[in-house]
Design a protein around this ligand. Structure first.
Ligand SMILES: O=C(O)CCC(=O)C(=O)O
Ligand SMILES: [Mn+2]
Length: 221
């Protein structure tokens, strides 16, 4: 199934087991610290429905949504404080897998509780689609769905496990994708971080603003 996906669109890459269990646990502790400073929120979609995941961010910009729409913001929607810094460990993963020298300025942290999922969507609130999105999965496995550049195109699914890294770049950068469901209770990793609760964490490293520093993404473009 994986090879089918990789053939499906160039630029979609799965690195299975990229993080050891020790690295996953250490990353989890760093994420727990972020959540203590920038609590998870379940934001509203522009249509007024609460997302099925808890979200927070690190970095210069955090992705958020409410009735005003999807966008990147420089501060947490509830605390009003700037987002915590992106952990060095994640910057190192970006340097290793993104093929881009400029560091990410946004790190979205999603927590999928039991029943958590994410509908098919494109990541298109960033300024420059030549820069990939690098994703890290922790905790319970997820059924990840990947499609084409049109919502109507065929899709296929792949299970992402704790410690897997996914790079969505190249022709896949604007491909529709989502999470059908998580296989709740299969991993005990998150038990060490009550800040999250059981389930799955997905981290996406992104570049929200243009590389020349123009923050067009932050203004909702
Ligand atoms: O949870 C995942 O694996 C994907 C998350 C995602 O697509 C997003 O945060 O935009
Ligand atoms: Mn996405």
């Amino acid at each position: 199934m994986l090879s089918g996906l990789e053939e499906h669109i160039n630029g979609f890459r799965v690195i299975s087991g990229a993080l050891t269990v020790e690295e996953q646990s250490a990353l989890l502790m760093e994420l727990a610290e972020i959540v203590r400073a920038a609590p998870l929120v379940r934001p509203l979609t522009p249509w007024g429905k609460p997302m099925r995941v808890g979200m927070t961010s690190a970095g210069g910009y955090g992705w958020t949504t409410d009735r005003r729409g999807y966008r990147y913001e420089p501060a947490h929607p509830e605390t009003g404080r700037p987002w915590p810094a992106i952990p060095e460990r994640l910057l190192a993963l970006w340097a290793r897998y993104s093929d881009v020298e400029t560091p990410p300025d946004s790190c979205l942290i999603n927590h999928y509780p039991e029943g958590g999922r994410m509908g098919l969507h494109q990541d298109k609130d960033e300024a420059d689609f030549n820069i990939p999105v690098v994703s890290v999965s922790l905790g319970d496995p997820a059924v990840f769905r990947m499609g084409g550049l049109q919502r109507s195109e065929p899709t296929s699914s792949i299970t992402l496990y704790s410690g897997d890294v996914v790079v969505i770049g190249g022709d896949a950068r604007l491909a529709f994708h989502g999470v059908d469901r998580i296989k709740f209770g299969e991993s005990s990793l998150l038990a060490a971080a009550p800040e999250f609760g059981a389930g799955r964490i997905n981290i996406t490293l992104r570049r929200a603003a243009a590389i020349d520093g123009a923050a067009s993404a932050a203004s909702g473009a």
